[in-house]
Design a protein around this ligand. Structure first.
Ligand code: SF4
Length: 423
């Protein structure tokens, strides 16, 4: 007799929790992809010259006649409390809004310095809203490195928008997470072909298309780092659809299947809509899996994408994860992913020296890590992938599955070529 139980993967795997020095970007980084997505928004960082430099160098390749982000720099007299920084900030915002009538959403983004001097950005946002609403909506959130890792900036931004979304009693589906427009269009096309109507996206491209929310809204996340946004939507009565994240053929199919089930889509319709793109995704991934199969993988905690990506790389590309680190492990969001992830070491948080020791002992074939660790690890002879590329590159849903696998196979191919040339 045999017992047939569903696979539990890493659901019950003990998690190594570390709370030491960590090497990650702060939440300001999210502005780089958020400002591209929200075409009538402006992100005003209230910070120091360091914050301005971070944004300029991260976004350095983009030149706009009218940029959609900037930094209100806190000078020494502000930091020393000699000037009323609230008043100065309001004056700067007035100047900005009178010069830029195209701005419909203004985000005041807190930083380490604004937090240290306890600048109350919510009060400033309230006052500005009273003056400029409803044509300009002013929000505030924190992107400070004291509070956030880099992808949490998007979570804080979206969570700040939720209380201001209009109420609806209609049955709606809300897809949550900033997707490149082309990927959003692909997602909408698949859902529409299945007969699912009333689909909206958070964030929307323009303020006028902002989604409505209420007790008959079902929402689904496209990114695993949106825990606060999910809670904010639940507080508005919306119900979360639980699913793995739409990375790779399997993740995308499970994600779409969860939505289809909640909307009563017939199995035949689901299969008819997904069959061709599934086949394309499988074929595209297979081309890269040849390079990845059997290779060991070590993921340092950085983007919170680590667990879904390790699942994709293990199950669809044949890689062997030896440690999967994540800055935070939100079990509520991650359960479907953990159930699919083959047994490995899971770590949460970071004590970078201890983790580097484990990494050195394991000598993985591929290391996924932040920029700060990538260069020294490359110099020490390891093949690395910068985690930040994973949020700058379109990687969701079927048509991007091959590109996603390619992000990981490329460093291994490059290393093999270099080694061949050196022989
Ligand atoms: S918010 Fe903090 S960590 Fe981020 S750039 Fe500014 S000072 Fe540095």
């Amino acid at each position: 007799m045999s017992l047939d139980t569903p696979p539990t993967g890493c659901l019950h795997t003990p998690v190594l929790r570390e709370r030491g020095q960590r090497e990650v970007f702060c939440g300001l980084t999210g502005i780089i992809w958020l400002h591209r997505k929200m075409q009538d928004a402006f992100f005003l960082v209230v910070g120091s010259r360091t914050c301005a430099h971070l944004l300029q160098s991260a976004a350095g390749v983009m030149i706009f006649a009218e940029p959609r982000f900037g930094t209100a720099i806190l000078e020494e007299k502000d930091l020393a409390g000699l000037a009323d920084a609230h008043q100065e900030l309001e004056r700067e915002v007035e100047r900005l809004l009178s010069r830029r009538p195209d701005i419909r959403q203004l985000f005041l983004v807190g930083s380490c310095p604004s937090e240290v001097i306890k600048l109350d950005l919510s009060r400033t946002a309230e006052r500005l809203n009273a003056r400029h609403g409803p044509s300009v909506r002013v929000y505030n959130y924190s992107g400070s490195g004291i509070e956030t890792t880099f992808t949490q900036g998007e979570d804080a931004c979206l969570a700040a928008m939720v209380p201001g979304l209009a109420e609806t009693q209609d049955e709606t589906l809300l897809v949550v997470g900033a997707l490149p427009d082309v990927v959003e269009d692909q997602c909408l096309s698949l859902l529409t072909q299945m007969g699912i109507r009333n689909v909206s996206f958070l964030p929307s491209r323009r303020a006028s298309d902002a989604p409505k929310v209420g007790e008959n809204t079902r929402f689904i996340l496209t990114q695993p780092f949106l825990a606060d946004t999910a809670h904010a939507l639940e507080r508005r009565g919306a119900q979360r659809i639980v699913a793995p994240f739409p990375f790779g053929e399997e993740g995308t199919t499970d994600w779409l299947r969860a939505v289809a089930k909640r909307h009563g889509v017939m199995l035949e319709t689901f299969d008819a809509v997904t069959a061709a793109p599934r086949a394309r995704a499988r074929k595209a991934v297979a081309a890269h899996a040849e390079t990845l199969r059997g290779k060991t993988l070590f993921m340092f905690p950085d983007s919170q994408l680590e667990i879904p990506l390790a699942r994709f790389l293990a199950r669809e590309c044949g890689m062997l994860p030896v440690e999967v680190g994540t800055p935070y492990l939100h079990r509520g969001l991650m359960e479907p992913e953990l159930a699919l992830l083959p047994q490995t070491v899971l770590s949460e948080g970071q004590d970078v020296d201890l983790q580097l020791d484990r990494h050195a002992a394991l000598k993985p074939d591929l290391t996924v890590c932040g920029l700060g660790l990538a260069n020294p690890l490359e110099a020490a002879g390891h093949a690395t992938k910068w985690a930040i590329e994973l949020v700058f590159t379109p990687v969701h849903f079927y048509e991007q599955a091959g590109d996603l696998a390619g992000l990981f196979s490329r460093p291994l191919r490059r290393r093999a070529l270099l080694q061949g040339a050196a022989r």
